[in-house]
Design a protein around this ligand. Structure first.
Ligand code: ADP
Length: 602
């Protein structure tokens, strides 16, 4: 879509112009107005004029002689000569000795310079400033609050985003198609008496296509699209944000039917609470938004879309019916969604026709739309780097690893012993996983260091979609996570710092099982933790007594410890396979899941 912007010049621009005009006046115009021209003559002419008695006033300076004619109309200038009798001759010719006034201030010029010019400058500067401020204020008539919405306006264009560009997210699209239909044909709804929701809130993790969906609604319905980020309303001065909101809605009503999209609405829509650090500006902005949303009729053709990653932090007044009365979840794509998104983006690159997008989508489990777009682009870049004309399956697979773990670190020099330990560590994960029954198959194991700091990793890929996790699966996943360290203990007789990430993940999972999923007998179905940012990593905070906390910690430790023991036992029982596989990985550096299974089952 095309973005239309009114060019806006900062105040400093006008000041600069005034200063430049003043400088030019001073340099050229004023001196020129005030100076009489001086005619340069030779000494002979001067002597002739003296003899003829034509010299009016004469002034002998240290390096030149200035003189006028009798009528004092012209000023002449000539150089000095060794002329002893000059003074007498001048005296005899009737010349007056005095100073020749070169600069002459005519009364008109001096009046202009000292009176008219300053007044003109003041008036001009005043005019420019008031015009600038009026433009900024933009609010209701008479309001002197500064603040104009800086919403970007997109107008319809042929390159606009359409629903077809947004892959997956079928539920969200279904919801929004209704809006498009309404914007095309409002009478259909009005005749029955149905009114469209005024506001629709798109919620979901970052990069899932919320902005894209909003643009697609505008693109499909061919109406103007105002886009502004919540943070753009937040200003230093109380009242500015509110004025911006007013301005935005004023513009929107003029352009109706249209769509107003407020990205990251949590920046202004946070719950108003009684905390000590109140934020008057934010509250005023929010109040203004609430008032504006109440203020317009529901069928006037202005639809407000807003997006946020933190719906739980929004003020309930904003979420009540009549304002944002519809909430559309835009979740991370599932397997089918991921495959579709990959296909949409792969259309933009020259991909090998044999690429199996299903495999790539399975490998990229948990990736958002934005990450998938990035994966496709990384794959294309890799193809260019290796001088190929199409993007191959291997490019896609490698680029997933780049997104997960960073680039290969070609020149990382690990000692032989370190590589051996890393090989055992990774095979430990894979083997513990393979020896249990509720785990995802191993896809790939590698001990090539990555720029993320990982010295190797084991990629496990689920065969299908996974919406629920059973207790067994979670327990086995903890065992798999401890498998790396267990292998070091069983085979190398040492433990290393390489397990820190595994430890973190295993602890997090064990804690979640106990505090959030009710998977321990003692606590039953009691929530001991509350998750605050569901879409942003899901940080949890404990919500129980200190005694219970100690109990929880004990249980977490017991759970992880028992799985660690189980992993060690599994590996000890399969020590021969462990050695064989680790040796194979050590030599090959990267092995596929199939190779792994072949050796395991041999
Ligand atoms: P959000 O607003 O949810 O953070 P965006 O809409 O800005 O995410 O998406 C960022 C980018 O990710 C888009 O420009 C697009 O390339 C890609 N993307 C995300 N979701 C999808 C999707 N469902 N289909 C196609 N591309 C997507």
């Amino acid at each position: 879509m095309n973005e239309v912007k009114t060019p806006k010049k900062p105040l400093i621009f006008y000041y600069a112009i005034v200063i430049i005009v003043l400088l030019l006046l001073n340099l050229f115009a004023v001196p020129a107005m005030m100076q009489r021209s001086i005619v340069e003559t030779d000494y002979g002419t001067f002597m002739d004029m003296t003899e003829e008695g034509n010299v009016g006033i004469v002034e002998v300076q240290s390096n030149q002689i200035l003189f006028t004619d009798k009528s004092q109309e012209h000023i002449y200038k000539t150089g000095l000569m060794n002329d002893p009798g000059l003074t007498e001759r001048l005296h005899e010719s009737g010349a007056q000795f005095g100073s020749v006034i070169v600069e002459q201030t005519s009364p008109i010029v001096s009046f202009i310079v000292s009176w008219v010019l300053p007044i003109v400058i003041f008036v001009v500067v005043g005019q420019l400033m008031s015009r600038y401020l009026m433009k900024k204020a933009g609010g209701g008539p008479g309001s002197m609050s500064f603040g104009k919405s800086s919403a970007k306006i997109y107008v319809k264009s042929t390159s606009g985003i359409k629903f077809a560009d947004v892959a997956g997210e079928d539920e969200a699209k279904e919801n929004l198609i209704e809006i498009v239909d309404y914007l095309h044909n409002p009478q259909k709804y009005a005749s029955i008496g149905a009114s469209m929701p005024k506001g629709i809130l798109l919620v979901g993790p970052p990069g899932t296509g919320k902005t894209m969906l909003a643009k697609a609604v505008a693109g499909e319905s061919n109406v103007p699209f105002f886009s502004i980020s919540g943070s753009e309303f937040v200003e230093m001065f109380v009242g500015m944000g509110a004025s911006k909101v007013r301005d935005l809605f004023k513009q929107a009503k003029e352009k109706a039917p249209c769509i107003v999209f407020i990205d990251e609405i949590d920046a202004i829509g946070k719950k108003r609470d009684n905390q000590l650090s109140t934020n008057d500006e934010r509250e005023q902005t929010l109040n203004q938004l609430l008032t504006e949303m109440d203020g317009f009729e529901s069928n006037n053709g202005v639809i407000i879309l807003a997006a946020t990653n933190r719906p739980e932090s929004l003020d309930p007044a904003l979420l009540r019916p009549g304002r944002f009365d519809r909430r559309v979840p835009v979740e991370l794509p599932d397997l089918k969604g991921r495959e579709e998104i990959l296909r949409v983006h792969a259309r933009k690159v020259k991909a090998d026709p044999n690429v199996d997008y299903n495999v790539i989508a399975r490998m990229a489990s948990g990736a958002s739309g934005a990450e998938l777009a990035n994966i496709v682009n990384e794959a294309a870049l890799r193809a260019v780097r290796s001088g190929r004309s199409t993007v191959s399956q291997a490019d896609f697979e490698e680029s997933i690893e780049v997104v997960i773990a960073g680039y290969q670190k070609k020149n990382a020099i690990l000692t032989d012993k370190e590589r051996q330990i890393v090989a055992y560590h990774e095979i430990g994960h894979a083997l513990v996983s393979a020896l249990q029954s509720h785990t995802a198959p191993v896809q790939k194991i590698t001990i090539i260091p990555r720029t993320s700091g990982a010295l190797g990793y084991t990629m496990q890929v689920d065969t299908g979609n996974h919406y629920l996790m059973s207790k067994e699966e979670m327990i086995e996943q903890i065992a798999t996570l401890t498998g790396g360290r267990a292998a070091e203990e069983v085979a190398c007789g040492t433990i290393t710092s390489g397990a820190s990430n595994d430890i973190e993940k295993a602890t997090k999972m064990a804690r979640a099982m106990i505090t959030q999923y009710g998977m321990s007998e003692d606590f039953d179905m009691v929530a001991l933790e509350t998750v605050s940012n569901q879409y942003l990593g899901g940080d949890a905070s404990l919500a129980c007594s200190p005694e219970l906390q100690a109990d929880i910690d004990r249980k977490v430790i017991d759970l992880v410890k028992s799985q660690h023991e189980k992993a060690k036992q599994l590996l000890t029982e399969n020590r021969h396979k462990l050695d064989q596989l680790a040796q194979y990985l050590y030599e090959k550096e990267t092995i596929t899941g199939d190779e792994f299974m072949q050796i395991l089952n041999a």
